[in-house]
Each structure stands twice: as C-alpha cells, then as structure tokens.
Design a protein around this ligand. Structure first.
Ligand SMILES: Nc1ncnc2c1ncn2[C@@H]1O[C@H](COP(=O)(O)OP(=O)(O)OP(=O)(O)O)[C@@H](O)[C@H]1O
Ligand SMILES: [Mg+2]
Length: 264
C-alpha cells in the first residue's frame, strides 16, 4: 500500500453568511446584537487520502470548497468537524500576495515569507539567488511589492514556496496570473519536485493543466466530494456534467489552431 501524505477524515467547515452586518460598535449597541447571519457548511464530511509523491488536482465549480479544503490541509483553517493529518513539511501558495507585506521590498518579503514557512535566515541567504533567479524579477527585487503586478507577486511567492524544498506543496489557482513562459517553467518545476518525491496538491479551473500535471483528482460540489480517482477520468466526468448543465454537447478538447499572423 502506498504511503499517505495527507489524510482528511470527515472534514467539515462551517462559515457564517451575514445578511445584516453591523458596520460599527454603535450599530451593534443600537441593534443589541452582532448582526443577522445564517451558518452554512462550506465543507461537509470530506474524507480523502492524498498518496505521497502524487500530484493531486482539486476541481469543481466556484464556491464548491476547494480553497477551503486546501486551507485545512495547510492548517490555516481548523475544521469544525473531522481532522486532517499530514506527514512532512508543508509549503503553500494560496492567495495572491498572502504572506507578503506591501510596504516591504521583494528582497525583504523573501525573508519574511521564508520565516513564515519556517526557514532559517541562513538557509534563505543560501537560497536567495536561486529564488530570485527562478522568479525572473531581479530588477525589481528592491521595489516595494505594493508596486508589483499580479504576475510579479505570484512569481516571487511561488519561487519562495518551491525553493524551500517542501515535502508537500499546496497551490491554489494563483499560478494562472503568470505568463505563458512562467507557467511552462512552473510545469517543469512541478515535474522536478514530483520526481524528487514531493506531494503536490493543485486547485485549478485550467483542466488541461490538471490533466497534464496530475495523476489523481478530486471533484468537489457544494462542499462535498462528488468523485475522486484517476485525474483523466475525473476531469472527463466533470466536463461532461458541465456540458450537460449548459446544454452543450460534450466535445473532446481540440489541439490549438495555427496562428494566422505572427509579428516578425
Ligand atoms: N472566511 C470565510 N467566511 C465566510 N465564508 C467563506 C469564507 N471562506 C470561504 N467561504 C465560503 O465558503 C464557500 C467555499 O469557498 P471556497 O473559497 O472554498 O470555494 P472555491 O471552490 O475555492 O471557489 P473558487 O473556484 O471560486 O475559488 C463559498 O461559499 C465561500 O463564500
Ligand atoms: Mg478558490
């Protein structure tokens, strides 16, 4: 039996949806209550095993609970029911700019981000050039990150996350804002990490990317696990359902057409 990197057992997470939220303490005192809300389950009884050294895709419609589950894996959120256990160090790239301080430079943020990931400054000093090299933004490394473009944020965040040699790498949608060249480089890096035994969990709506990268996938729907198994099968099931819901016939994705004109 293969080793398990992450084990989720009946994980449930509850959030509040506010219908009438107090904007001030005065409003709270006048209303004599904290606001009107209902509770809903963003995750309900998710049981999933992520095998060690696998590349695992999480797919599903907007709001189905993918990011919430990833945050439970990363221990950023604590489940209201069930449990998550994992083996090894975890590095995560969950939101654009998460862990970055806007007023600090890219250089300072590499150290801040590294410290959040539990890396010593000696190790970061050793890896700094590699991190900046991979990000491709050395020219802007001393610029405050508040002036970075979305792609620059993700380049730097991803470079830190992968260069700390994690046992488990969790990546949410964010990579999509990187340009084609960076995405290709990330894809190569994923393969490299995979062959070195790193477990990778990716959330994405880019089905081609998931198909190329992942061996396993789980399909989330309304906070529940709809299906999980081999990535190819799960993606096909998901796309069939999307086609069914939109009334379109399901067609196999076609290869890219030839361009009509390329600037010299
Ligand atoms: N901190 C929070 N407080 C309240 N509700 C939340 C919170 N975080 C997530 N939710 C809700 O939980 C549900 C699941 O959100 P989640 O971000 O996990 O979806 P997702 O599958 O990642 O969607 P997307 O594809 O749009 O990124 C949504 O209804 C969302 O509004
Ligand atoms: Mg999400």
């Amino acid at each position: 039996m293969s080793e398990i990197a992450i084990q989720a057992t009946e994980v449930s997470k509850r959030f509040r949806i506010y219908h009438e939220r107090n904007q001030s303490i005065k409003a709270m005192v006048l209303r004599r209550r904290r606001g009107v809300y209902e509770e809903f389950w963003a995750l309900k009884d998710i049981s999933l095993e992520i095998p060690k050294a696998s590349t695992y895709g999480l797919i599903g419609e907007n709001g189905s609970g993918k990011s919430t589950l990833l945050k439970c894996f990363a221990k950023i959120l604590v489940p209201d029911g069930g449990s998550v256990s994992s083996k090894g160090s975890i590095s995560a790239l969950l939101e654009l700019g998460a862990g970055f301080h806007p007023e600090l430079s890219g250089r300072e943020n590499v150290f801040l981000n590294g410290a959040i990931l539990g890396i010593s400054s000696a190790e970061l000093n050793r890896k700094f050039d590699e991190i900046v090299d991979f990000s491709g933004i050395e020219r802007f490394i001393d610029t405050p990150v508040k002036n970075y473009s979305s792609g620059m944020y993700v380049r730097l965040g991803f470079s830190v996350a992968i260069n700390v040699s994690p046992d488990i790498l969790l990546v949410d949608e964010v990579l999509a804002v990187g340009d084609a060249e960076f995405q290709q480089r990330c894809a190569n890096k994923f393969q490299e990490l995979k062959s070195s035994g790193c477990t990778i969990v990716v959330v994405s709506h880019a089905m081609e990317m998931i198909k190329n990268l992942c061996d396993h996938a789980a399909w989330m729907e309304h906070g529940q696990l709809k299906a999980h198994g081999e990535a190819q099968d799960i993606i096909e099931m998901y796309l069939r359902q999307v086609a069914h819901n939109t009334g379109e016939p399901y067609v196999e994705p076609k290869p890219e057409p030839e361009p009509e004109h390329i600037a010299p």
